[in-house]
Design a protein around this ligand. Sequence first.
Ligand code: MG
Length: 263
Amino acid sequence: MKQPLSLIVGSSILGAGILFSQISGYKNTPIIPGTPYHVHDNERPQPRVVQASGAVEVKPPSDALVLFDGKNVDAWTSAKGGQAPWEVRDGAMIAKETDIRSKEEFGALQLHFEWRLPADRKVSGQGGGNSGVFLMGLYEIQILQSHNNKTYPDGQATALYGQLSPLVNATSPQGEWNSYGITFTPPVYEGEKVVTPAKVTVIHNGVVVQNNEPFIGPTTHKKLAAYPPKHPTTGPLRLQFHGDPVEFRNIWVRPLGVRDEAE
Ligand code: MG
């Protein structure tokens, strides 16, 4: 996201008693309920670094809906409508021009994909290696080149963007593939009231980084998320174009049904 303050501005405000570190972050944002931290707080503790063994490549099971198999972007459209403009090269699709969304819509799901950022790309904080996957088109799990790249922790790889940092930082070195294994359940409403929030589990390179965590509401930037009175039951996956050529491969989804359902 945007760099909110130059160091010069930061140090003049520092004189006014507000502390800024060199990690770009925010202090003029709301406090996240149940925490002492602001939305995008640069003083939220940095997640412990775990050296994972790289992407876990899981082939799609027989009942998966394959959204990208290395060949074309036919399962996707531009978020602005029309043909998805992302490029396919060497079995990967590369973020370009605009967000894309899946033609198919989902509620509860299991999602697998792999991503990487080219090794020669210059990265700094939120800049250079940023994308994201929006579940139901609304709830962002952040994609960020977070190996040796500090940012505000609720904006690093696998964060519930603007809400919750991951348990640990398991991001692969730049240029190497990462895997995300995600399970998601939409919020449950009674009338216009949320009785169970949307929840997500994320396994990053084989490491659990989000363990059935609730979203405060659909993803926002610099604001406190909140659930709307009306909510769709399904929505597309949206992949973010944040100006950076993030590459994706092996994308598949299994909509999650109910137990004991007759075949
Ligand atoms: Mg993002």
